[in-house]
Write a protein that binds this ligand. Structure first.
Ligand code: 5GP
Ligand code: MN
Length: 375
């Protein structure tokens, strides 16, 4: 065991120079530390953001499988919320006993975080993005690694941070980290089918199937994974061709009847609980809808609001030149990326009921767009 450790420590990094786009945090020292922290961990766990999307689940599952390659059989994946149905094929690659879902077994999730000596955090930039896991994470004594692609990472909370915004996804960033370890040795085939499939899935959903946030390093990754035998047709079928009929009917209703466009070129849709119930909508069923209004010439920003108990979840997408991130930070208690961000409106702090959401959006996006023009 000692021998392997020294070998990895000394020869950990072989391929930095072959990366087509430099990533500032992927350095020989950081890769060495990454491998060392994993080697030294006895109870590693993986966490990602609440209401996990394809990149959250894909990067987490890939990390889980990589820990297996490193001989860490006692690893756990801790989710705040269960993953949406369309990602079931990734979740099924994780043994049931290794997956802990806070909304189903809260104490187990909190205990796992407390007992972990290494916590690998994927696809989020600050603990509050994990919702109810925030406190246990703050209080945990375990070492922490961040792998993320959002703006404004809370680096001070982590022993090691890989944070790059010029990548498609956390899954892509993780791929470039992993391929630089001696375990993978720049040979994607060594990731194994499940790990590679998870990475490809996360990258595909965060780029909307190569429609946005595609960098040279993204295609480099896709090329490596395809060459290693990853079945992209299978992934695309699972992601995009297995929705319910209701999802498409709801999309029609939203675009025809619910879509509003303001004089500032802001498109928005408010989806209240009643309508979600009427169409029997599950988490993940509205995935991608917020992007659709951007296809309209005059629309520069698009918002989708979903009522969710005592809060309203907000998704924002923008065209180049308008910052979804700033709008989310300044007006919707959130943040994210330059052109894809999210946040929330709290009831009753921000609006007293869902009926007020439209007025709130009209007023606040008007302020935001006109401030931006002045700047
Ligand atoms: P989505 O609209 O797909 O839920 O989120 C778009 C992007 O914004 C994602 O990268 C997500 O991580 C980020 N985001 C979503 N909700 C929040 C939030 O409440 N706070 C912050 N800081 N980022 C968010
Ligand atoms: Mn992501």
């Amino acid at each position: 065991r000692k021998f392997i450790y020294e070998l990895q420590y000394n020869f950990v990094i072989l391929h930095i120079e072959t990366i087509s786009v430099r990533m500032k945090d992927i350095t020989p020292d950081n890769i060495k530390t990454f491998v060392r922290l994993i080697e030294e961990a006895r109870r590693p766990i993986i966490v990602t953001h609440a209401k996990p999307d394809g990149d959250a689940i894909g990067s987490s599952a890939a990390m889980f499988h990589f820990l297996g390659l490193c001989g860490k059989q006692d690893r756990l994946l801790v989710l705040n919320d269960n993953c949406p149905r369309f990602l079931g094929f990734i979740r099924e690659s994780i043994p049931q006993e290794a997956l802990i879902i806070r909304e189903e077994s809260q104490q187990k999730a909190f205990d796992a975080i407390e007992q972990a000596d290494l916590i690998i955090c994927l696809d989020f930039n600050a603990f509050h993005r994990t919702d109810r896991l925030e406190r246990p994470l703050e209080e945990s004594a375990g070492r922490k690694i961040l792998v993320d692609h959002h703006l404004n990472p809370a680096r001070e909370l982590f022993d090691l941070s890989f944070s790059e915004t010029e990548v498609s996804s956390a899954s892509e960033l993780l791929y470039h980290i992993l391929r630089n370890t001696t375990v993978i040795n720049n040979d994607a085939a060594r990731l194994g089918e499940k790990c590679a499939q998870s990475l490809m899935t996360g990258m595909t959903t965060d780029t909307n199937n190569f429609a946005n946030s595609v960098f040279p390093s993204t295609l480099h990754m896709a090329s490596d994974l395809l060459a290693a035998g990853t079945d992209r047709d299978f992934i695309l079928n699972r992601l995009y061709n297995q929705y319910s009929e209701n999802r498409l009917r709801l999309m029609g209703h939203m675009m025809k009847d619910l879509l509003k466009i303001t004089g500032d070129g802001v498109a928005y849709i408010v989806l209240d609980s009643r309508t979600q119930k009427e169409y029997e909508i599950n988490d993940g069923d509205t995935e991608g809808f917020v992007n659709l209004p951007l296809a309209i010439d005059k629309v520069r920003m698009s918002l989708l609001l979903k009522e969710d108990g005592d809060r309203v979840r907000v998704s924002i997408r923008s065209k180049k030149g308008t910052s979804a991130n700033l709008c989310a930070r300044e007006h919707f208690n959130g943040g994210g990326h330059e052109n894809a961000a999210g946040g929330r409106l709290n009831i009753p702090e921000d609006i007293s009921s869902i009926e007020e959401a439209a007025d709130y959006i009209e007023k606040h996006t008007h302020i935001f767009i006109n401030e931006e023009n002045e700047a």
